[in-house]
Design a protein around this ligand. Structure first.
Ligand code: 13P
Length: 249
């Protein structure tokens, strides 16, 4: 069975107010152009999630959070739980993004707990993994990916409740991407590792992320075992985001 690609925009700390609603509206207007070709997802900042979800209601564009806590409620100042995201209109949540792992010192065990919380709340976890430049230079890519997969994917991971995004840290926001061959070998390794621990790994969507843009999208999205993209900067413009989606098939 062919896996339908997922084209996901991670807005990061952008589009929090009226700009986010305008962006969502512009994407929704053009979403019918990619119908049947791929699924669309946008992940706005938490404060904008409910408004963006309301803007996108009835459209084919899904909404996701960018992070969640590992517990459903409690004394955790500043945090947001997976059930809260679901109630606000999310059906996905990103976990373990390298900016969370780096800026907030999140390790694999915490990412696993957050992803399990996402599953418990009925959300699809978009679990991010990827090596740093130093790890790639040190020949550790496969070892790092194996460790992140074993540590970050919770028990009960399936193709229905999880998407895994391969985002080499050195490719994020830099304009640099791995070669198609490097992505192919990383994604083949990731799928084999997931198959050791999760059911239905052949159907689990593996996204590539890191400097995806309308110019390189067709090549990156045609690599074996790439089932979509997780896009940062280029997802902040509806035209660029849709152009990337149009390159998916
Ligand atoms: P860029 O597309 O800006 O490189 O960001 C990728 C990313 O981190 C998506 O989560």
């Amino acid at each position: 069975m062919a896996v339908k690609p997922l084209i996901a925009g991670n807005w990061k700390m952008n589009g929090g107010g009226g700009a986010g609603i305008a962006l969502a509206r512009a994407i929704a207007e053009r979403a019918p152009e990619v119908a049947g070709r791929c699924d669309l997802l946008v992940c706005p900042p938490a404060v904008a999630l409910a408004a963006v979800a309301e803007t996108l209601a009835g459209s084919a564009v899904a909404v996701g959070g960018q992070d969640c806590h590992g517990q459903s409620s409690g004394a955790h100042t500043g945090d947001i739980s997976a059930p809260m995201l679901a109630e606000a209109g999310a059906s996905f949540v990103i976990t373990g993004h390298s900016e969370r792992r780096g800026d907030h010192f999140e390790g694999n065990a915490l990412v696993r707990d957050k992803s399990a919380a996402a599953h418990d709340a009925g959300l699809i976890a978009v679990i991010c993994i990827g090596e740093t430049a130093a790890q790639r230079d040190g020949g550790q890519v496969f070892a790092v990916l194996s460790e992140q997969i074993a540590g970050s994917l919770p028990q009960g991971t399936t193709a229905a409740n999880t998407v895994v995004a391969y985002e080499p840290v050195w490719a994020i926001g830099t304009g640099r991407t791995p070669t198609a061959a490097e992505i192919a070998e990383a994604h083949a390794h990731i799928r084999a590792e997931i198959a050791r621990i999760a059911a239905g790994a052949a159907d689990l969507r593996l996204l590539y992320g890191g400097s995806v843009n309308p110019e390189n999208a067709a090549e990156l999205l045609s690599v074996d075992n790439v089932n979509g993209a997780l896009i940062g900067g280029a997802s902040l413009d509806a035209g660029s985001f849709l152009a990337i989606a149009l390159a998916a098939s």
